[in-house]
Design a protein around this ligand. Structure first.
Ligand code: PLP
Length: 454
């Protein structure tokens, strides 16, 4: 039996049931299954659980381990920084070297006017920062009535009160009385689900027009910002038609509304560009970053902010009364810097754009799209989804809300592949270091799982 720290795996699962509340989980199911699946170690793109099962990690942890597992230099840089300075805060105009260097590095990657960076610990916190920063900005501009955020249904922006409210998933609103006032949700650019059979460009125009209609309904003078993920990840890998984002940008500019790109999943190479906004060719005013920023080795997130917003804060002389004890944590920032070194040194962004991304797209098209259970197999860079349908050639689901994907996912896990089920889609987001052989394994395992589920 594998021994992990002080306990064998059976004892760990007992302790898990007795004491540990995992995130986004049913605690009834946790008990029914005899505790959580305990992952004990990982290398490259492979994770291993406490029972010794190895799985290809088709999810890169949780859309985040972009450089893969087992990077010794990230552990070494964390160790060195801990010994030099494990922590000092960045409150009240104090700083330490790593977050300063990381802010400058991110400013270079973001480019243009996105020259300022605020640090947080998670994607949710970054979007909370967005919430307060945007409303503060408009108040300082003499337009305090501009408080409304426009987001999309089925968006995911986090799990704190503000970020879950910005998100558009109904099940995220049920507990805790969300959304809080001032968030409007409009249709998502989900062509397979909501524009099936429609010309993608007329669908893009329709989805963008829904934003403009809501702006006019709310009153443009009341709208503070539009927020969106370039590709909606947790919502089921919703890849918008190519011109959608340029249309959204034009609408935001027309009414003077801030544009926020939530790059928590799309950032750091996932789509084959450093950021999703660069892939789709639009320019946001604010950018939320997390996950791939440190490849999940330590928790850190960053909010990229335009010059105009920072100049407004500066001109006001007001303090931005916002921040977290661990904003700009020196160890996390040092690890993030080295993680960016790795992404650059190994050209993981270019490799995703030119090599592994197209390889995955071709494998999905050739081996999964023709499958009788598959309605659509889509990807962009190294993020993708396979839609499971009740009838080939339609987008008709199995039953209410979809029931087939969890079965297919379980067949995948039993065959050594970790993927997620979202509604009736299997979603994937492997580490950017994935090889062609591993992409073959990923796609062939999903095919075998679909065959088994037929
Ligand atoms: N924004 C997006 C687009 C996300 O996908 C997520 C998490 O999956 C978040 C925000 C929240 O990030 P975190 O879980 O780090 O709080």
């Amino acid at each position: 039996m594998t021994t992990v720290r002080n306990h064998d795996i059976a004892t760990l699962r007992q302790l898990d049931m007795a004491h540990h509340l995992p995130a986004q989980s049913s605690y009834a199911l946790q008990q029914q299954l005899g505790g959580s699946r305990v992952i004990t170690h990982a290398r490259g793109c492979t994770i291993t659980d406490g029972e010794g099962h190895s799985l290809l990690d088709g999810m890169a942890g949780l859309w985040c381990v972009n450089v893969g597992y087992g990077r010794e230099e990230l552990a070494e840089v964390a160790r060195a920084q801990m010994l030099e300075l494990p922590f000092y805060n960045t409150f009240f105009r104090t700083a330490t070297p790593p977050p300063i260097e990381l802010a400058a590095r991110l400013a270079g990657l973001l480019g243009g006017d996105l020259q300022h960076v605020f640090f947080n610990n998670s994607g949710s916190e970054s979007n909370d920062t967005v919430f307060r920063l945007v409303r503060t900005y408009w108040a300082l501009k003499g337009q305090p009535q501009r408080t409304v955020f426009i987001s999309r249904r089925n968006a995911y922006h986090g799990s704190t009160v503000a970020s879950a409210s910005l998100g558009g998933m109904d099940f995220m609103h049920v507990q805790g009385g969300m959304p809080i006032p001032g968030v409007e949700h409009v249709m998502q650019p989900y062509h397979f689900g909501e524009g099936f059979g429609e010309d993608p460009e007329s669908f893009a125009a329709r989805a963008a027009a829904a934003i403009e209609e809501r702006i006019l309904a709310v009153g443009p003078e009341n709208v503070a910002a539009f927020i969106g993920e370039p590709v909606q990840g947790a919502g089921g890998v919703i890849i918008p038609p190519p011109t959608y984002w340029q249309r959204v940008e034009a609408i935001c500019r027309k009414y003077g509304i801030l544009l926020v790109s939530d790059e928590v999943i799309c950032g750091f190479g996932r789509l084959g560009a450093w950021f999703g906004f660069q892939h789709f060719g639009f320019t946001p005013d604010i950018v939320s970053m997390a996950k791939g920023l440190s490849s999940g080795y330590l928790p850190i997130s960053a909010t990229g902010v335009s010059r105009e917003i920072v100049e407004t804060l500066r001109a006001s002389g007001e303090e931005f009364t916002h921040g977290y004890t661990y904003s700009g944590h020196p160890v996390c920032a040092a690890v993030a810097l080295r993680n960016l070194d790795i992404i650059e040194r190994e050209d993981l962004v270019g490799r995703t754009a030119r090599d592994t991304g197209p390889y995955l797209a071709a494998a999905l098209a050739e081996r999964l799209a023709p499958h009788p259970l598959v309605g659509e197999a889509r990807s962009l860079g190294l993020i993708g989804a396979v839609e499971i349908v009740a009838e080939k050639g339609t987008n008709r689901r199995h039953g209410k809300g979809g029931q087939a994907a969890p079965i297919v996912r379980d067949h995948c896990i039993a065959r050594g592949l970790m993927v997620r089920a979202v509604r009736d889609a299997i979603v994937m987001s492997p580490p950017l270091v994935i090889s062609h052989a591993e992409i073959d394994q990923l796609v062939d395992t999903i095919k075998a799982a679909l065959d088994a589920a037929q």
